[in-house]
Design a protein around this ligand. Sequence first.
Ligand code: COS
Length: 396
Amino acid sequence: MLDGILGDTLDWPFFEPRHRHFAQTLADWADATLPGLPHEDVDAACRARVTALGEGGFLRAVVPEAYGGLAPALDVRTLCLAREILAARDGLADFAFAMQGLGTGAISLAGSEAMKAKILPGICEGTRIAAFALSEKEAGSDVAAMATTAVADGNAHIRIDGEKSWISNGGIADHYVVFARSGEAPGARGLSAYLVEAGTPGLEISERIDVIAPHPLATLRFDGCRIPVENRIGAPGEGFKVAMATLDIFRATVGAAALGFARRALHESIAHASRRKLFGGTLGDLQLSQAAIADSAAEVDAAALLVYRAAWTKDRGAARVTREAALAKMVATENAQRVIDRAVQIHGGLGVTRGVKVEELYREIRALRIYEGATEVQKIVIARDLLKAQAGRAGA
Ligand code: COS
């Protein structure tokens, strides 16, 4: 049904034959499989998508080759293609895919061999569900302000206390990658990352959060939650860097998901404008509709170029792609919001009718401008990077 929705993107020089093969296989699988998966209960729907993506072999994209994955290190172009293709069809399938990666990215990047061997194979088989627990009610954008604490409890254990909120997969995850203040230094240099298995005494799902585009989401409460010291991910005090390096990979993929939603909205807009009869012609005959379609087409292509530029730059071996990833996320999510809003407008009353695809996309896109660094945070990241480069040139 959605054949050709990627347009000529796969012919771009960012991609290799393996990417084209992956994208076509996933698109065919998604068209055949996703419509048959359950939708009603959000937890069951999300679990079903993780299982199906695992059985289909697509979660191999979110772990390194040594643990069952597709490539020696996470290949960001493959992650982006997967999110774009899934988001264009089924927002919850994109979410399920993405969280398997975000909830293990820190482990893949900085975890011990024993931790990787224990956690990652189940992630790519779809038998284990992952979550990333960074945000707090008072510390979303300002990560260094987090209040959750991690203190030594004897030589062999760590005790975690505090609260994490808006945690995706909260309530259904098998483990949480938790960031907490371990106190080596004030601010960003005093945080560490930990693996906390679901069911660990002292970890409680204190609240389930209902959002406009339903996904499993929860507040977690840690009350004397005791974990073995081996569950620390990376060195003490390195948690902020681990979190940011994870986000450097996954922020571009949020842009890719937004791109998938936007492409679907443009596809629906063109189909509707070609079909809908009015004033003795079709909606597409009207120049104002043509202007809307042209603006959306330009915003989709601009977003795609930034997303795949960021992904390609990372895959070529760049140590940091902080600015490229922030640009991709900011532009792709903001553009997608406008593209989808135009699609709703083109659909008229139908566009705000429950059950119509563009109405669903209108709800799906909104959170992407907020999570994994709001647009305002991306602006800080981009401007700081450029100003720092200028200061470096001036000092040289
Ligand atoms: N990769 C590796 N290291 C990084 C990094 C990255 N992408 N970004 C920053 N660092 C390092 C810095 O180099 C710095 O190291 P040194 O102390 O050795 O110099 C350290 O981390 C602190 O960086 P910085 O001074 O930039 O920290 P700030 O507290 O000022 O960071 C922003 C501010 C806004 C950039 C950060 O808090 C952020 O990205 N916030 C949004 C977080 C987010 O996405 N929240 C949503 C949660 S997921 S739903």
